[in-house]
Design a protein around this ligand. Structure first.
Ligand SMILES: Cc1cc2nc3c(=O)[nH]c(=O)nc-3n(C[C@H](O)[C@H](O)[C@H](O)COP(=O)(O)O)c2cc1C
Length: 184
């Protein structure tokens, strides 16, 4: 059985859920996946990239940036990842990609610069829409929520006071399917 590592950084849970769904999909397709949240202690153990046939790395975006743990993972594993570029997939979850026409722009903004920084050219990369939770029960915290309310003030697609989920599960499963055919 081919082994896939899915490792991610998520501040508010959206990338975590995307990663879980990708893992479930790949398990159903007959792969053995290791799903790892970079905030968990278990991820601090030295992982051997070479033990995996495919690697997926995901991050949520806040003010243009990946999570610090996801950036650190790329930095610390650049050499090993470079040797498996074809079997590497990168994804982000961000507000910008809520509009399917903006996914390319979002990739150029939030994926390409960091890949260029580390000289990586993965087989697959994609930007997915994220979640903007402006509801009463939002776990964003006061400042983050205020920031998002201000940033989205003029945007008719974002419902004030509501949880806005812009993840396109079809797009996400299509990405997982493409990745599976890369690794097979
Ligand atoms: C404070 C804050 C700043 C954000 N900044 C950006 C941004 O610069 N660009 C963008 O496209 N999305 C931005 N977003 C939207 C997030 O990328 C989106 O909510 C994503 O789903 C977060 O992923 P996570 O839940 O895995 O952390 C921001 C969200 C918050 C709360």
């Amino acid at each position: 059985m081919k082994k896939i590592l899915i490792i991610y950084g998520s501040r508010f849970g959206s990338t975590a859920e995307i990663s879980e769904k990708i893992s479930e999909y790949l398990n159903k397709e007959g792969f053995t996946t290791t799903l790892m949240n970079l905030k968990d202690k278990s991820s601090k153990k030295k992982l051997k990239i070479d033990d995996f046939d495919g690697i997926l790395i995901g991050s949520g975006i806040k003010i243009g940036s990946w999570t610090k743990e996801a950036k650190k993972f790329l930095k610390e594993n650049t050499k090993a990842l470079k040797q498996k570029e074809n079997l590497l997939g990168i994804y982000v979850s961000c507000g910008e990609a809520m509009n399917p026409n903006k996914c390319e722009v979002a990739r150029e903004k939030y994926i390409d610069p960091i890949l260029n920084q580390y000289g990586l050219s993965p087989g697959l990369k994609q930007a997915f829409g994220g979640v903007l939770d402006l509801s009463e029960n939002s776990t964003l915290g006061f400042l983050n929520k205020k920031m998002m309310e201000l940033a989205s003030k003029e945007d008719p697609n974002i419902m004030k006071g509501k949880r806005n989920d812009f993840r396109n599960w079809e797009q996400i499963f299509e990405f997982a399917k493409n990745f599976a055919s890369h690794v097979k």
